[in-house]
Structures are given as C-alpha cells and as structure tokens.
Design a protein around this ligand. Structure first.
Ligand SMILES: [Ca+2]
Ligand SMILES: [Ca+2]
Length: 427
C-alpha cells in the first residue's frame, strides 16, 4: 500500500516527502500510471488524497499542522495553493487541466494528483521566452501523478533546486507522463537537477525535442552537484539524450529503464565517475551509451543493447562481461514496453540496486523463465509468463484442411487395401 507521510512543517531539513521506509513504489501510486497504460480501462484507483490522510495518521506524524490544500476546491491554481502552503504541506490536485507556471522552490511541498496521470493534465504556460522555467520545486518536494505537455510558445523546463541539499532521496518525480509532441524545439533540458537530489521513477518521457547543437542535453539532466536515481522509466522518441549525467555527485543511479529510439540513450559526462547503470534496455537509439572522452569510470552491468546506430561511443564494448547483452529483446510488435516469451531480458538482470516493483507497479522479481528461480529482468517491465503454458497447435486455412482430409482418406484406403491383401497372401 502506498502511504505518504506528511511530515512536520518545521523547515526544510525536516521536510516532508514520501516515507520510503514504507515502500512507496508498491501499490496504488504505481497503479495510477498503470491505469494510464491500460488505456483508461476501468481500474479501481485508490484516491491518493485518502491515502495521504491515512499515512499521516498511521505513521504517527507528530505535527498535525501539515495541511492538505485542494486544487481547485480550495485554491483555483496550483501556484496559489503553493503560495499559501507551508513546507510540509500537500497540494492535492483534482482531475482537470491546469495551464500555469508553478514556482515553489522555497518550500518543500508534495504536489500530487488525486486520480493520476490519465485525468490530470499540466500544460506549459504561455511565455515570452520558451526556455523559461515551467515548474520549479525544491530538492525535498514531490511531483506525482500528472500528464505534462507543452506547445511551442510555452515554457517547458522543470527545475529541481533550492532548499533541500540533503542528498538522496531528495525530490520525488514519479508516475508522470511527459509528452513533448507538439512542443517544438526546446533549448533547455526537460527536467534538471541543479545542485539538488532526486528520484525519478515510473515516468514516461516521450517526444521531447531538445536542441543538441551546442551540447548534448538530456530529457533528464544533472548538473553541478545534482544527484539522481532514475528507475523504471520509459524514454522513447526523444530527439535528445534520455539521461544526461553531467554532475560529479555520486551515486547517480540509472536502473531498469527503457531507452527506445532516442537521439542518445545515456550520456555520461566528464565528471560522472562513479555513476551506476544497471538493467537498462537501449534499443534503436542513434547512440546507446555515450561516455565523455575523458573516460570517467562508470559501472555498467546487465544492460542490453540492440540495433542502436552505435551501441557504445567512448566506451569499450562490454558485451559478454558483467551480464551485459547484445540481443534482440523481442518486444511485442507495436509495443514499447512488453516482451514476447523467450525474450533475453527475462531473468537476466541483477538484483543489485534493483527496484521491488516495475513501471506498472507489479512486484519484482518474477520467475519469468519458469526455472524455479525468480530474478530481475532488464528494462522497465517485469515479464510475467502466462499462467497456462499453451502447446502450439498449427492452424490450417481452407486449402490446408482439404489437403489434410484428402491425405487422411488416402492413408485410410491404403491401410484397408493392405489389410484385405494380407489374409490371402498368408493363406
Ligand atoms: Ca524476472
Ligand atoms: Ca528464473
């Protein structure tokens, strides 16, 4: 069960956030994005707001002054709620569309949708300079359960900085769908951690087009002393790098993500030494992994590359070592996330740094190859074998059926003839 612990509002150092002692990655929060995947099929969602209250009570949060501010019931906009909020408060956003800038980096806030990304849309505000900040939250804040999209005239830059400097886990960016279709060329990263820490998990980042002409820019980017954990996300069809690590703070951890058809999957910048990359799937990108010519020492294990323009740039091909694979992952046709039976991603990940659930909120690890040993898969989705193994039965079209019938009849006639002949020959 997903429980948000609303902490005391006594200042940044004791700011609120998801209580990670109660695994936040299990249960309904992931269900929010799971619902999105299931294309709005009717799914019983646990209202996050209700759970916030339960969490505050059951975990015995000492400060009952932490408030839940409702948008739009109590405040017309997220910004007006943020202005009225104190550090430690939760801003609970009802289903709907909200086109606004949210600048709230001087407080630690939990900004969360009531019903998930499928029904709660944040739109970039109209601005004079499209590179202006869209959402600016502190390093101890949460942004969870929204769809975010933009257009060419609006800001599209989400910054995490300010207030919290306590390192990981830092901010939480979870269960969101960031879709840049129609946003045009952007001059900033989409989500930047600048001198801040955060966890980015179970999000979808699609179709962002970010200018790469001066430097490689990531959809998710760390700079200066930014630190991130990027877990269980899908990065697809971005005309930019998926994850760019350009900070020298460790550990930067990039685990169990899908990188499909991006400009580059991962860019490890000059100061990224010590960063850890495990269980990632890098397929059909122009470049899978690009490592700065200075050659920062990174950890690269149990990742699968396939059909990238170049699988590795600036990095010796590790295939065959440390669990690294080069093989067709057998994604289901037309699917970005799901695999066919027999996929090489199944049970070939490492348990090191691996999350206990996947992008859809399902528990990991699953014994996907049915050998009695459950192990982590590579990528953002854990493969679940069908409950009943199906024996393949060939199907025949009409001509095939006719041919088969004729052959059977012929065989029957031949056998009867042999039987008739046999007694006479014996007698
Ligand atoms: Ca598995
Ligand atoms: Ca197994």
């Amino acid at each position: 069960m997903y429980v948000l612990s609303v902490g005391p509002s006594t200042g940044p150092s004791t700011g609120p956030s998801v209580d990670r002692s109660v695994d936040p990655r299990a249960g309904s929060s992931a269900g929010l994005i799971g619902a999105f995947f299931r294309r709005f099929r009717s799914v019983a969602l646990v209202p996050v707001g209700a759970v916030v209250a339960i969490g505050a009570m059951s975990l015995g949060a000492p400060d009952l002054k932490a408030d839940v501010l409702r948008v739009p019931a109590d405040f017309a906009t997220i910004q007006s709620a943020a202005d009225a909020a104190s550090s430690g408060d939760t801003i609970l956003v009802a289903p709907g569309s909200y086109r606004e800038r949210v600048v709230a980096f001087t407080k630690d806030l939990t900004i969360v949708s009531e019903a998930g990304a499928a029904s709660t849309l944040l739109l970039g505000p109209k601005v004079d300079v499209p590179s202006n900040v869209w959402i600016h939250i502190s390093s101890e804040s949460t942004l969870q359960g929204f769809s975010l999209s933009s257009d060419p005239e609006s800001a599209a830059w989400i910054r995490v900085s300010g207030v919290g400097t306590s390192g990981l886990p830092g901010a939480l960016i979870a269960d969101n769908v960031f879709d840049g279709a129609g946003a045009g060329l952007r001059f900033r990263p989409l989500l930047q951690f600048n001198d801040s820490a955060g966890r980015v998990e179970r999000n979808i980042f699609r179709n962002w087009q970010i200018d790469q002409s001066v430097i490689d820019r990531g959809v998710v980017e760390t700079v200066n002393s930014g630190t991130v954990e990027v877990i269980n996300n899908l990065f697809a069809d971005n005309q930019s790098t998926g994850v760019e690590i350009s900070s020298n703070q460790t550990p930067n951890l990039v685990v169990n993500n899908h990188f499909l058809r991006n400009h580059k999957g991962i860019w490890a910048g000059a100061p990224s030494a010590g960063s850890v990359f495990r269980n990632n799937l890098l397929v059909d990108n122009e470049v899978g992994l690009d490592v700065h010519p200075f050659g920062p020492a990174i950890v690269w294990s149990n990742n699968l590359v396939w059909n990238n323009g170049e699988d590795f740039v600036g990095f010796a091909d590790p295939t065959g070592m440390d669990g690294n694979l080069r093989a067709d992952p057998l994604l289901l046709p037309g699917e970005d996330l799901l695999f066919s039976e027999g996929s090489p991603v199944v049970d070939t990940g490492t348990d090191l740094d691996a999350p206990p659930i996947d992008l859809q909120g399902s528990a990991r690890p699953v014994d996907g190859d049915r050998n009695g040993v459950p192990l982590w898969d590579i990528g953002a989705i854990e493969f679940v074998p069908s409950a009943v193994s199906i024996v393949a039965v060939p199907t025949l079209d009409a001509p095939g059926m006719i041919l088969m019938t004729v052959l059977l009849l012929a065989a029957g006639l031949w056998i009867r003839r042999k039987r008739r002949k046999s007694p006479s020959s014996a007698g």
